[in-house]
Design a protein around this ligand. Structure first.
Ligand code: SF4
Length: 69
């Protein structure tokens, strides 16, 4: 039932700067014990986080997603 996320989360790249928390409209990104975590089940694939993350902790999954640039 939950929509598949089009975002791949690479936790090892995240420095928990929290920039993505401010732009995510679906609350898929959370701060937990001082670290940012990603909940793919809430992700709406807006890809705003990918645009703002400068450590490549979030990347677009190519398969099944696209059509828009
Ligand atoms: S913008 Fe990138 S580095 Fe910053 S908290 Fe989000 S995922 Fe982590």
């Amino acid at each position: 039932m939950s929509q598949a996320s089009g975002v791949n989360w690479i936790a090892g790249n995240c420095i928990s700067c929290q920039a993505c928390l401010l732009v995510c409209p679906s609350e898929a990104l959370h701060l937990q014990d001082g670290k940012v975590t990603f909940d793919g089940s809430k992700c709406d694939s807006s890809f705003f986080c990918i645009q703002i993350c400068f450590t490549n902790a979030l990347e677009k999954i190519d398969s099944g997603v696209g059509g828009e640039v």
